[in-house]
Design a protein around this ligand. Sequence first.
Ligand SMILES: [Fe+2]
Length: 333
Amino acid sequence: MSIPRAAYPAPFNTTRASHAVLTVRDLGQSRAFYVDTMGFVVSDETADTIYLRGLEEACHHSLVLKRATAEPVCERIGLRVYTEDDLDKAKSHFERAGLPVKRVNVPHQGTTLHVADAVGTPLELCATMATQPRMVVQFQVFKGPCPHRLDHFQIITPEVQRASEFYAGMGFRLSEYIAVDGTDDLVFVFLQRKGNPHDIVFAGGPGPRLHHVAFTVPDAQHIIHACDIAGSHGFGTNLEHGPARHGPGHALFAYFRDPDGHRIELFNTHYQMMDIENEPVRWNLSYMRNRPWGLPPRARWFKEASPFAGVASREPPHPGAPFTLEKFLAECP
Ligand SMILES: [Fe+2]
């Protein structure tokens, strides 16, 4: 195994993680969680769909919730490219890799491409989106933890190395990674285009499945406040992991499950990572057991994730044995 290097120049200019499209069973419950509790801004609402954005986001949506009766899924994760010309280059790039691309019309978005990446993650690429007022100084509308913007996705895949190489080929830079001690066998990879630690993370396990969508909040106090306000709104047990601090990426965080089981992360404290000489930061897998402080995630944080619509989950060749909260507690004297 080898640590992948980003293609430079990139074959097309991906600028950032943009949006996620999730299905939910009850839009009223979703609204109570995302809008009334978490403080997302509603950009548009129909009988079947709610379009949400963070307080600093000028683009129409970063989270699309669609009503469906079937098992809740993630339909797609969205990436932004810089120009329409980049969309044409992206189409050629994916087709050269044998990955069929479909041009589709999506409400509130410019020309949009649907394609799956090399490990089967359904993507939606667009260069433009309708805009809305940026609410970042409209303090009178701030609610709950005040999510400011979508930052990244985490995907579980049985093919972390393959995913890393594919995204490196798209020009994504590896900011940090976790490898099995003494080897370069990749367990987690943190890949970025926008100049902070990650736009997309791949972690080893059955997949592809969506592990979480992450949103920034202004400061640590808003992460604590998220827990308080979730408790007050009856979502206290939806807190799954944290508040605590990550090793990779350095973020303070809390993970919540929404009413349909989709996982969101609220975090802050990311750093800049754009200078060409910055080498990726390596973490040994044993870090999970030897973290400086805080509890490890419970087993379900590792195991459970949102399926992608119409995409079968594949098992990894070697099942992992993550250090879970349950193991930690069993070892406590
Ligand atoms: Fe994350």
